[in-house]
Design a protein around this ligand. Structure first.
Ligand code: AMP
Length: 290
C-alpha cells in the first residue's frame, strides 16, 4: 500500500496501472473517504468537466479515467481515428481540481472478466443495433473500472442516453452500492452537443451537423401540434435530413425508461438520433417531459 502522502498531494496524481490504482483506492477507503468517479475516453471538453464538477461537489476524492476501450468499437477505423491528447487532458483535469486520473495502457483489456448481464433487449435497439458488440464492450469495461475504482458514485452523461440506461442496469445487478448519477448534456451555443468526435469535423461540417440538434429541438416543440411519433419523425426528416448533408442512421422516439419505441407521446419520452456528418458518426438526444 502506498503511504497516504503519496496520493494526498496538491497536484493531480497520474495513475497508470491497475495495481497502483487498487492500492490507492484501498488507502482512500481505509480513511472512509468517498470516491466520485468519471469514466471517459479522453479528448476532454466542458461536458466531461461538468461531470467532474458534480463528482467533486459530492465526494471527498474525484477520480477520472481516460481509456479508449478498443472492445467497444465495432469499427477499427473509428477506434484508430478517435481523437486523443493526453497532455491536454491532464492539464484540463489538473486545472479543474481533479484528484486522480487513471490512464492505463490499452493492455487493461486483458484484465476484463466477461460479465453476464440481462439487458432486456435494450442492447438490441438503436446503438446496439447499429454498433454490434458495442454495449458488451461498454458493460465489460465499466464493470472492470468499477471493480478497480470502487466508487461511491459514478457520473455518466445523458448525451449517451442508452449507455446510461445500460450502466444503471449493470449497477443494479452487480454493483448495488454504487450510485449512478445522470448528468445533463452540455451544448455549444450553436446547439451542437459537445463531443470528442466534434474535433474531427471541419467548420463547414459543424454547421451541417446542426441538423441533428435542430431536429431534436423541433420535435420537442412540435409535440404540441401532434403527438404521433410517425408524423413527428417524418416532419423532422423532411425538414432537416432530406438535403442529404447529414446522413441519418436512426431517429427513434422511445419510452424514457424501457427505451422501446412508442407510437404516441403519452409519457416521458426520449428522442434519439445517430447520424453521419461526413465520416464522423454523431449521436444526440432530447427528453420530452409529457
Ligand atoms: P466519452 O469520453 O465520450 O466516453 O464520455 C465520457 C462521459 O462523458 C460519458 O458519460 C458521456 O455521456 C459524457 N459526456 C459526453 N459528452 C457530453 C456532453 N456534451 N455533456 C455531458 N456529458 C457528456
Amino acid at each position: 500500500m502506498l503511504p497516504l502522502a503519496d496520493f494526498i498531494v496538491k497536484n493531480m496524481q497520474v495513475v497508470r496501472t491497475k495495481k497502483e490504482m487498487e492500492s490507492i483506492v484501498k488507502s482512500i477507503l481505509l480513511k472512509n473517504k468517498t470516491i466520485g468517479f468519471v469514466p471517459t475516453m479522453g479528448y476532454l471538453h466542458s461536458g466531461h468537466l461538468s461531470l467532474l464538477k458534480s463528482a467533486q461537489k459530492n465526494n471527498d476524492i474525484s477520480v477520472c479515467s481516460i481509456f479508449v476501450n478498443p472492445t467497444q468499437f465495432n469499427n477499427s477505423e473509428d477506434f484508430k481515428l478517435y481523437p486523443r491528447n493526453e497532455t491536454q487532458d491532464f492539464e484540463l483535469l489538473e486545472t479543474n481540481g481533479c484528484d486522480i486520473v487513471f490512464a492505463p495502457d490499452v493492455d487493461l483489456v486483458n484484465d476484463i472478466d466477461e460479465i453476464k448481464l440481462e439487458l432486456q433487449g435494450v442492447d438490441n435497439l438503436m446503438e446496439g443495433k447499429f454498433r454490434p458488440g458495442h454495449f458488451k464492450g461498454v458493460v465489460n469495461i465499466v464493470a472492470l473500472l468499477f471493480k478497480i475504482v470502487q466508487p461511491t458514485a459514478a457520473y455518466f452523461g445523458e448525451k449517451d442516453f442508452q449507455q446510461l440506461a445500460i450502466v444503471k442496469m449493470l449497477a443494479k445487478a452487480h454493483f448495488p452500492s454504487i450510485q449512478i448519477v445522470p448528468c445533463s448534456t452540455l451544448r455549444e451555443t450553436s446547439g451542437l452537443a459537445m463531443s470528442s468526435r466534434n474535433a474531427r469535423l471541419s467548420e463547414e461540417e459543424k454547421q451541417k451537423a446542426l441538423a441533428i440538434s435542430k431536429a431534436l429541438f423541433y420535435i420537442k416543440e412540435e409535440v404540441k401540434n401532434t403527438n404521433t411519433t410517425l408524423e413527428l419523425k417524418q416532419k423532422a426528416i423532411d425538414l432537416f435530413f432530406k438535403n442529404g448533408e447529414v446522413e441519418l442512421e436512426y431517429l427513434e422516439i422511445s419510452d424514457v425508461d424501457s427505451l422501446l419505441p412508442i407510437d404516441k407521446i403519452e409519457q416521458r419520452a426520449v428522442v434519439c438520433i445517430a447520424a453521419f456528418c461526413g465520416k464522423v458518426r454523431l449521436i444526440d438526444n432530447i427528453i420530452i417531459n409529457y
